[in-house]
Design a protein around this ligand. Structure first.
Ligand code: SAH
Length: 217
């Protein structure tokens, strides 16, 4: 059994990481506090523990990655999370992003298409601490019609287009944060669904994500 320990050394490294993210422009105190409270090294293989607090993406198996902390902070800040928001996440991966949202007291519904990664989260270390995360195995392009509508939707893989079913599952006034792929580069976009159903689009910086793929695996 793996022993999880969050030592003073880990906390110190985490503080440094949060300062780096702040210097890069993240100002939402709730986001910074949430990330300060979550031991990122628990979400990585023990072999990567010593570098877990570098501002980098890391492999988590099945050719997938845990997003770079700055990217997690950036997407979360764009979402403007409020306690009790219903949030749909596409791409559970390591469940780090989902945990950041849960720590901010959102109700998180997260979908993963890779069976192995989904299964790994059956032993999610914070299961009892965050009953506000619900894990699903499925195709994110389909969303979760049974649990819709959502206040916010976050896609953590490079989307080839704006998935129409996800727009349907957004509340009027709701927001989707989506890295939209354009020839290998992803533009971070925030889509707001207006009360009349029309969409507003805002474009932010470029990022790099693993692809959002159709179907389950
Ligand atoms: N949010 C994750 C980032 C994981 S990387 C974290 O914090 O660790 C993106 C993840 O999206 C991968 O695990 C990949 O398998 C998953 N993914 C890609 N396409 C998907 C789809 N259509 N539906 C659900 N998950 C998908």
């Amino acid at each position: 059994m793996r022993q999880f320990e969050d030592t003073y050394r880990h906390k110190g490294l985490r503080k440094k990481l949060i300062n780096t993210i702040k210097e890069k422009g993240i100002s939402d105190e709730m986001v910074l506090e949430s990330m300060m409270n979550i031991p990122r090294h628990y979400f990585l293989d023990t072999a990567l523990e010593h570098i877990a607090y570098q501002d980098r993406a890391f492999p988590i198996g099945e050719g997938q990655t845990i997003s770079q902390p700055y990217t997690v902070a950036y997407q979360t800040q764009l979402m403007n999370v409020h306690p009790f928001d219903r949030i749909l996440e596409i791409g559970t991966g390591s469940a780090y992003q989902a945990t950041v949202l849960a720590e901010m007291r959102a109700n998180v519904f997260t979908i993963e298409r890779q069976k192995k990664l989904f299964e790994l989260n059956k032993n999610f270390i914070f299961k009892s601490k965050y009953p506000n995360i619900k894990f699903f195995y499925g195709d994110g392009f389909e969303g979760l019609p049974t649990y819709a509508p959502f206040d916010k939707i976050i896609i953590t893989a490079a989307a080839p287009f704006i998935p129409p079913k996800l727009i349907e599952q957004l509340k009027p006034g709701g927001k989707m944060i989506i890295p939209l792929d354009e020839e290998g580069i992803q533009k971070m976009m925030r889509i707001t669904k207006n009360e009349d159903g029309s969409l507003d689009e805002e474009t932010f910086s470029n990022f790099s994500f693993v692809p959002m793929l159709k179907g389950r695996n």
